[in-house]
Design a protein around this ligand. Sequence first.
Ligand SMILES: [Zn+2]
Length: 323
Amino acid sequence: MLVSRPDMKLGIVLIPGGKGARTAFAALTVSLAIVAGACSSGSANANNGKLEVVAGFYPLAEAAAKVGGSLVHVENLTPPGVEPHDLELTPGAIADIQSADVVLYLSHGFVPAVEQAVAGARGTTVDLLQGVPLHAGVPEEGQQGPVTDPHVWLDPVLYRNLVGRTEAALAKASPANAATFDANAKAFKAELGRLDREYRFGLGRCARRVIVTSHAAFGYLSARYGLTQEPISGISPDAEPGADRLAQLAGLVKRDGVTTIFTEELVSPKVAETLAREVGVATAVLNPLEGLTKQEVSAGQDYLSVMRSNLKTLQRALGCSAG
Ligand SMILES: [Zn+2]
């Protein structure tokens, strides 16, 4: 079961009959899960014996939910529709981190508040960036010193590695269920292998290979599939780019025949749209999967479906002939 922080508001509109009723039922199911989360945070015992897993943001929560299945209760610290880079934790969220059986997070300053809170945790805490071959990141305007790119989940091959580490963490916390976690992880890793093959095939033959993105989230994906990322902002999406960077990008768009500037749902598209208008190209949403919106959650979207829709968006923008 995958639930979000219980302290967020959720609106439900009940529409009788047909497809509307199914949507409403799905929304109701989600809301009940959230209510269940509200009464049950704390320890495994408070969750009918389920392992209590706290995850820093969506891709880690999804990995835990896929591997743990019905044996775990997963709390995502980043609510739907919120961008995790600058997440601030409520005292309740800090208490949940400290009492959870397993805490999954990313280091290297991705969400500094979570890194601080895990220091006092009683359970197994796993920094899923440990042991991953990391790339240097793109610094923000005026940022000093080296930065590390944390966006490993957008490469299906590295995400598979994270799923394996998640399985090991759950098995360590609950050895009696290790065989089930192993079977669940194998099934999810097989799906990620299929996704990787779809990307390799789908981006194999393209007219263009440069992608202009809202922030520097697609470095690992670009490295895996032979694309070149040109981000408007750096590793964190909230830094405004300078006039120099925008002029440089405008020149690059013209020179390389870029057709599309990519925006994100959780970040204001203003700068990307202005740039696109100035150089006369289109915009399209390329989802960095840092979180899903409430609409995406109720529509049953998940890591695999969003990655597949990102692939279609890339193929269209880059003029790819395969797939
Ligand atoms: Zn990011």
